[in-house]
Design a binder for this molecule. Sequence first.
Ligand SMILES: Cc1cc2nc3c(=O)[nH]c(=O)nc-3n(C[C@H](O)[C@H](O)[C@H](O)COP(=O)(O)O)c2cc1C
Length: 365
Amino acid sequence: MSYRYGNRIQAEITGSSHGDYVAVDITGLPKGFRVDTGRLQRFLDRRAPGKSILTTSRSESDRPVFESGMEDGVLNGEVLRAVICNISQDPSAYEKIKDTPRPSHADLTARIKYGPDVDMRGGGAFSGRMTAPVCVAGGIAVQILESMGIYAGAHLRSVGPIADEAFPLYPDRELFSRISEKELPVIDDVAGEKMRELILSCASQGDSVGGTVECAVTGVPAGLGGPLFEGVEGRIAHAVFGIPGVKGVEFGAGFGASAMKGSECNDPFIIKDGEIRTGTNNSAGIQGGITNGMPVVFRAAFKPTPSISVPQKTVSLSRMEETEISVTGRHDPCIAVRAVPVVEAVTALALLDLIVEEKEWNLLK
Ligand SMILES: Cc1cc2nc3c(=O)[nH]c(=O)nc-3n(C[C@H](O)[C@H](O)[C@H](O)COP(=O)(O)O)c2cc1C
């Protein structure tokens, strides 16, 4: 099976968590663009498992092999095919979930949709592993956007009840880069330490915890998008909801706007460095579905990892009776941690696709 995203820049994801590989085929990339493959690898390393006690112990180096589309780091106009081999599969824990679906994972819905033989080892096509090739496509999109003066960054905004600082009104690339180098990608290290303790405490009890990721994109040209179904929020949200485990996306003041007065929520227009800007950014840089030149800012809510060893109610599919399951195997105690670069990746893909659709390659320097 394959899963495709994008109109002008298309990324098609294939493979599975416990097969031989995961891969991406990307069409529409600009011929002649030089990819910094060292930087791309560092981007992939931020998502890769096994690098920290805060994530799953599945250990993968996530080294893409470019089978076509790139020569000496330069895109040659062919379909860019990147293959990442799976080297650390352990299917043993997945035998029992065949009969007893994990609550809130995709075991039951996958079976309903694809039949009893669907391969759910390692979460199958629903696994976080599928986001490795997404990050190859998104990591390249990040670099192309940067050559247009557009910078994307994200941080762990919250874990359970513990909150990091929000992005400032104008986050910059130095802040993005500083965050990206941390084991826990946060702005406030004191909050990060508390998150770390909470994640480890949940893991030690065989439980998991949810979190939110805040993403900002600066340098987005004003005038992208359109009304109704052409809106930029919808384009980004579609991509972000493609990440397994995302259950909510809110832009700017988001759901909080519903509790505000107009006088609090409206973003006053101001002149800054000769340009029309807004003094606050509750609109997330988007009004009427169209970008206004302010940073685009949103948050994605990740549910707690469904695979936990705390006993939970489920059903035996063969016996059609209620039973209990305690999930074993290697799992992330908090999906949101490794999802931070994935949010950056899909956001870059969504914006690049939209920019190429509306402006061709005019912004490329
Ligand atoms: C980076 C990443 C890592 C994940 N790791 C796990 C994991 O270790 N165990 C698990 O049960 N789910 C994990 N997930 C989440 C599942 O893939 C997801 O819960 C499942 O697809 C069902 O969620 P959904 O209904 O939101 O798609 C991970 C997701 C991501 C993005």
